[in-house]
Design a protein around this ligand. Sequence first.
Ligand SMILES: *Cc1c(COP(=O)(O)O)cnc(C)c1O
Length: 206
Amino acid sequence: MSIAEKIAAIRQHIPEGVTLVCVSKFHPASMIREAYEAGERIFGESRVQELCAKQAELPKDIRWHMIGHLQRNKVREIVPFISLIESVDSIRLMDEIEKEAARVGRVVDILLEVHVATDESKTGFSPEELPSDVQLQQWPHLRVRGIMGMATLTDDEAEIRRCFSMLRKLNRWEILSMGMTEDYRIAIEEGSTMIRVGSGIFGCRA
Ligand SMILES: *Cc1c(COP(=O)(O)O)cnc(C)c1O
């Protein structure tokens, strides 16, 4: 199947109100162009260097999402153009984005990454660590739009649903980014409003 055919097949399962983020990390700009020609405008990348190179090369109406762990010393490079930073996983990172956003006079949309899976990898806030609304006032150049999370990597559908359901209950904003190639259909059933699909569109990464 071509990229356009894969996108069309996935879009059949996406109800209105759910946003598709095409995760293009590790794939060349030529493949992003194919998805762009098929009508897609939102792309997700996980590395700053790759994100910046692609942003410079590709059409300017693409809305780029940062979905991978973001180092504080790389924040400056993406703040001028990023559409949504989905992977905000610490207070120190919020401080850094605030500083850069204030410097360039932008308000940056972010999602707070929340850790609910039982895997070893523990990036993201734990549910208890999520900042309160009062705390959020410390960062006037950050606009929290929702949360992002992942389910445990497992075949156990009950465990996947437990993770997604927990994320839905924790979210106090409008965007709930959850669901990838293997589990986006379950995520949508559990209330996802934004899915991040990579290999299902672009194939396996090199
Ligand atoms: C790579 C990645 C995805 C896409 O995963 P696929 O299984 O290829 O669909 C989604 N979210 C994050 C945070 C990722 O790093």
